[in-house]
Design a protein around this ligand. Sequence first.
Ligand SMILES: Nc1nc2c(ncn2[C@@H]2O[C@H](COP(=O)(O)OP(=O)(O)OP(=O)(O)O)[C@@H](O)[C@H]2O)c(=O)[nH]1
Ligand SMILES: [Mg+2]
Length: 470
Amino acid sequence: MGLTDIADQITRVIDDTGTGAKELFEPVLRVGVTGLSRAGKTVFITSLIANLLDRTRLPALGPRAGGQIVNAFLQPQPDETIPRFAYEAHLQALQAPAPFWPESTSSISQLRLSLRSKRGGVLGGLRGRRTLHIDIIDYPGEWLLDLPLLRLSYAAWSAQELEKAQARHTLSHDWLEKAKGVDAGAKLDEPQALMLAEAYTDYLHAARGAGFSNCAPGRFLLPGDLKGSPVLTFAPLPRPEKPRRDGLYRAFEHRFNAYKKQVIKPFYRNHFARIDRQIVLVDALGAIDNGPPAVEDLRQALSAILTSFRPGKNHILSRLTGKKVEKILFAASKADHIHHSQHPHLTGFLQALLREAKDAASWKGADTHALSLAALRATVEQNVKHEGATLELVRGTLQDGREVALHPGDLPENPERLLAPARQGAADWPEGISYDLPEFAPPKPGEKAPHGLAHIRMDQAAAFLLGDRL
Ligand SMILES: Nc1nc2c(ncn2[C@@H]2O[C@H](COP(=O)(O)OP(=O)(O)OP(=O)(O)O)[C@@H](O)[C@H]2O)c(=O)[nH]1
Ligand SMILES: [Mg+2]
């Protein structure tokens, strides 16, 4: 352990009151798992833990790859005010006789997994075993989309949101109509304020439902225990000539500022600042399935998310967090929807998206890596001969119980064929590109006792995130 590591551990012991001096010698690695809603965070964490507890399905972490884990176990987590990640309940859902996907989660949660490993080298046996505690933190990616708001005034944010809403007229129509009937310069009327905030929230939900990713403020979509509170009861308004002090506009401006101060900043200070490594799950297939506008929006959302990991360039963030995440893995989730021959194309697409987002953020940050994975493999592959050609299919059970074998579409080898139409604002993919991604049910458990969960490349993800510390 180097001097800086020791200093880091000391700070941490002071930070984590109650964890004790023991942690000086038993290092803690805090791994953040994020992604926009439905990106696959809950299934990913459940599978990561199940597979680390039973390592038969993790060859990239196994002895041949230099892995030395001898024991893995769950422990009470040290942060007593953060809900525990409901690992057992999620695993039970995925391994039930009629398995089902876990319910959507809307807030932060955490779990501690401890790994005991053999020390390497000739003297390894003499120096005994060591323990690494891994705190896994699940939090909504939407919260990271809030960071750019810190730089904006209420007036600037309103102008930006109103302009964006004009371009999504079919989704924003109801809210914009209601907003038209309101005089922003008038006296604050609380029922009217609530009506506007609700209409605006409905619009954000509709945009999310239509496949858009970049929908902030994040707590409007995932309010948790802030639901109905004044800090979420505001919406964009055009600036009146002379806003009155007891008026609607000033009230919304005040609440917008309170949102920044009491919601966004505490998240960065209390949670984000303590993360060492991060995985960002991206439902790239879902965005492609939803068409070019969803892909363009995903690109912008990834850019916004990346700015959170670049504290040097970002003064507000440097002040809030003061430290850098060391490694970030970007993973295209649910890759079991397509045949493995297409995985390189999916990864290539994610890499291209990431490259653009990094350029936009003039990236000089952590070590990043991109891959395609499935936390829980719900399909098997099948090749079928048809008129002399081989069709590469995936077979699985749909949510309605029907078993199907299908070919959801070909991803182009050159990601530019997807990114260019998205960038140019096309409404649909050009001729020859089409996708149809069904929603599969989790796989039925096999006859034998389950060993971990079937997956694709979870071992590579674990190796990138944890390998060097084992
Ligand atoms: N086929 C397949 N589907 C997956 C996989 N992971 C997630 N899904 C699907 O994606 C949905 C969302 O997964 P979750 O893990 O709940 O996603 P989340 O990011 O935690 O979602 P929120 O809690 O709503 O933010 C699941 O209900 C499944 O339908 C996977 O590895 N394979
Ligand atoms: Mg979840």
